[in-house]
Design a protein around this ligand. Structure first.
Ligand code: SF4
Length: 236
């Protein structure tokens, strides 16, 4: 990535000092995309079966009533992005803007996440992003255990189909539920975990919405992102 451009993105997320890294080979911009609303561009599909399975799963999620959240949602938020990405970003649950737009990580937190990703050399269309829950909890409360358990199979299937090389978990709720660990996020940061029953590495950092409230944590997040990039480089 162009150094000036990277510095611009780092400035946007509040990091003004950075170490030079080689961000080459982080992905192919021509990979197929899935948009929020059943929108895989069929002409661009490299693997029809792979993407058809994702479309089928998306349809299944749209009509899901397996937990009480279906009663209050405007629509489901399946996830969006590059269906063949090496990077799978996982957040907590849709918020009010996501619930309206049907897309994960929109609004101010989404913009901050975009800048974080760009600082890593990863345009948003180069990663796949989804949440632990596909429906918004009322008043943005924390997900309940039974809701997470009911929804877990969809995320599991997304991971099986997309086959990322690395997961970046954003925030305590995502990290703890993904890894089934009850460890404070401050202690999870800086360590690499494995997604249960797999060799898929998981790196944990703070949620962008938390960073908006606690901007002094941005430097720690940049450290986490560099750790994730290093982990990725070791895998490829
Ligand atoms: S949160 Fe998940 S399990 Fe609950 S209704 Fe939505 S899609 Fe179904």
């Amino acid at each position: 990535m162009d150094k000036e451009l990277q510095q611009k993105y780092l400035n946007e997320i509040g990091i003004v000092v950075w170490q030079e890294r080689n961000f080459e080979n982080l992905g192919n911009l021509d990979r197929p995309q899935i948009s929020p609303k059943d929108s895989i561009n069929r002409k661009e599909l490299l693997n029809k079966n792979h993407n058809q399975h994702l479309l089928d799963l998306q349809e299944q999620v749209k009509t899901c009533k397996e937990c009480a959240l279906h009663q209050s949602r405007t629509q489901t938020v399946f996830g969006a992005g590059n269906t063949q990405s090496d990077w799978f970003i996982i957040g907590e649950a849709p918020g009010s803007e996501e619930d309206v737009k049907g897309e994960p990580f929109v609004g101010r937190a989404g913009q901050l996440l975009n800048s974080m990703l760009l600082a890593m050399g990863l345009p948003r269309n180069e990663i796949f992003i989804a949440n632990i829950l596909k429906c918004r909890p009322p008043n943005n409360r924390d997900p309940k255990t039974d809701e997470v358990d009911a929804c877990r199979k969809y995320l599991k299937r997304q991971l099986e189909l997309i086959k990322p090389k690395i997961i970046l978990a954003l925030g305590r709720i995502a990290a703890q539920n993904l890894l089934k660990l009850d460890i404070p996020i401050g202690k999870m940061r800086g360590n690499s975990y494995l997604y249960p029953n797999s060799n898929l590495p998981v790196v944990v950092t703070y949620h962008p919405a938390y960073l908006l409230r606690s901007p002094r944590k941005k430097r720690k997040v940049w450290g986490d992102l560099k750790f994730a990039m290093q982990k990725y480089k070791e895998l490829t």
